[in-house]
Design a protein around this ligand. Sequence first.
Ligand SMILES: *Cc1c(COP(=O)(O)O)cnc(C)c1O
Length: 503
Amino acid sequence: MVLSKTASESDVSVHSTFASRYVRTSLPRFKMAEESIPKEAAYQIINDELMLDGNPRLNLASFVTTWMEPECDKLIMAAINKNYVDMDEYPVTTELQNRCVNMIAHLFNAPLEETEAAVGVGTVGSSEAIMLAGLAFKRKWQNRRKQEGKPYDKPNIVTGANVQVCWEKFARYFEVELKEVKLRDDYYVMDPEKAVELVDENTICVAAILGSTLNGEFEDVKRLNDLLIEKNKITGWDTPIHVDAASGGFIAPFIYPELEWDFRLQLVKSINVSGHKYGLVYAGIGWVIWRSKQDLPEELIFHINYLGADQPTFTLNFSKGSSQVIAQYYQLIRLGFEGYRNVMENCRDNMLVLKEGLEKTGRFSIVSKDNGVPLVAFTLKDHTHFDEFQISDFLRRFGWIVPAYTMPPDAQHVTVLRVVIREDFSRTLAERLVSDVEKVLHELDSLPARVISSTTVTLSAEENGKVVVAKKNPMETQREITAIWKKFVLERKKNNDKMNGVC
Ligand SMILES: *Cc1c(COP(=O)(O)O)cnc(C)c1O
């Protein structure tokens, strides 16, 4: 006799996943389950939980690419099982990385001799690239100090207070003191004069940013270069410059070709760029390029031969995927100079539309520049009734993710909202966002006068181990959320942490 199974015991390969018991049990969070579950159920449950993540395309907080052509998606999927480090087994992938290095070095005006290939490497992102560049500077400085018989135990690096968190990581992980030039009102990037004043005999390099994370502004690398040449002449030091072009490295060459920020400047010894920002590749790729072989100390390069032929490597990790390298090469040949220029021009135009729309409300001051990274950073003129954090919260309800954050010292009293314009942020979306911001302003304007009695929400919180349930109206709840968020931000600021939502 055949026993009929209950729906809950049935096999998901026969019945719908939603008719199975797997959707009725909660998934393990801390300890691996004893038993396997069917692949259909695993897929469905994880896929469904991920629906609660924000929509990457509406994530206006990030510079990182969220759209690529389907043809490139295909190449990425085809290479998903290739380990990049197996260079002998996948020589073509290695060759594609080298071609990318050459093209990017050329884009940055590296002084390439006919016979000498550019020196550079693909990384997981600008953070890894910056660690490598920083290590090269540290080692070069130490070698020089040793030769001169001088102490080499107190290296420092000079940056603006607006640096991305990865510089602080570099400083802490590799024990280099970070000397930050403070910002001031209406000046949110590193002042080259002040930076050069901070340089001393222990300075391994000055790091300038092409496209400040906070307001997109390009720092004046040329002025820095000129001032530092002077100082080096007087002191006999040899302080070099690194340019953190994480976002600007794929913008300036295309739409500001006259701007001198790269290897055209004598003291610029290395540059990093995020392939996954305006290099237009999904998250997981960055590049670091050195001006010449002499700028990368040989002792930092490891030669491995157990995967086949002798392979030089200079990275912080070993295994990683190949897809991103392949995707970068796809973009470089698919778009060419013309394509990148068109994309960047479109981004700039859409940024201007958004900026003008926001200015038209009469409520904001714009703190970004038209000729930097295409983003709009703006701040409220009047904070009497509400602030930037509330605008950010309210915009979430329309699906937009627009971060609000405070500036670093000494401009910490300034809070800004920031919208990054990526390739896939079209004119229609820009106009739509302006209209949603207007709606939010309208809503916030009417907030104090509004009486809400009929709708209440339940908020439970744990107080001294007891669960308290309070009835609150939505506006009170909204204000509370904003207050908690603000406290959280202040707490982080106290701990000298950078916002990690803005990258
Ligand atoms: C994004 C960014 C970084 C970090 O780059 P990742 O590619 O995310 O590691 C560093 N510096 C600046 C200026 C950035 O904008």
